[in-house]
Design a protein around this ligand. Sequence first.
Ligand code: SAM
Ligand code: SF4
Length: 329
Amino acid sequence: MLIDTYGRAATDLRVSLTDRCNLRCTYCMPEEGLQWLAKPDLLTDDEIVRLVRIAVTALGVTEVRFTGGEPLLRPGLVSIVERCAALLPRPRLSLTTNGIGLERTAHALAAAGLDRVNVSLDTLRPDVFHTLTRRKRHQDVLDGLAAARAAGLTPVKVNAVLMPGLNADEAPDLLAWAVGNDYELRFIEQMPLDAQHGWKRDGMITAEDILASLRTRFRLTPEGGDERGSAPAERWLVDGGPARVGVIASVTRPFCAACDRTRLTADGQIRTCLFAREESDLRGVLRSGAPDEEIADFWRRATWGKKAGSGLDDPAFLQPRRPMSAIGG
Ligand code: SAM
Ligand code: SF4
């Protein structure tokens, strides 16, 4: 297992397949893009599958989520999914994507063994989408979502980040649309992970703001009581259910004590936290010719040093060197 000194077990692995992207969401990337990783630095398809195999067979990982950058830009995606779906024990497999191109690949991904998708969509207004992502691809995302639902990649989840002055007023509209289309909506608080370092706590839309806005139109009740002990609920039943909505309050209600994640960047670095400033060079160990057990040991040791929390509330908090798109959100 991947255990840390606070007794948490990391069973949920996020694998970034690329740092590149075809959108330029303002909360994530600058307009001109970033200095992309060089091809030789990226893990190959075989290296990714080997590391996922070690994670599920030797380290207790049960969930694998592919992300990026934009994972649909990775040419080998379908085959990576297929090979990971053939592993025993078989991990649950999901994908976080901006949805562009999903219309073409959803069926192949489902056939390869992908279980679910999370599609990011922050607005129902094409003009706001253009401002927010700097690309005119709103309809492509809607088409990708519909294709994912048709392919059975369900429950199809939609991730939305609200930004002041842009889409902050859209929470109830987004929820009505999601419920009507059988998508499960999750709002994510904006985090200080943009490459431009433009995040300000004062300006952000908080979980509390989102819930207050949703309650102007919907009745929300915490789902399944309070699973997180004294922490506030993360998922809510909408008007008594079965529809649900999630609010991921990583900034104002961090859930670090229950964190079960471990991350692998596209260039093979282990990160124990989105906000970690340290990484562990798993690619170096892998490419040195190490056997599986040595790789597993290195991953265990890296996990052992995981910090108690993100440090966001510490006045000395420093944003990680890599932005969200290069870590794998
Ligand atoms: N490109 C894919 C996508 O957009 O879904 C996958 C990678 S993206 C980094 C993963 C998720 O992170 C998306 O839902 C995106 O909205 C979210 N995200 C990116 N930057 C963020 C930030 N600064 N704060 C909160 N969420 C962010
Ligand atoms: Fe690309 Fe996803 Fe970042 Fe938007 S949030 S720029 S889609 S990686």
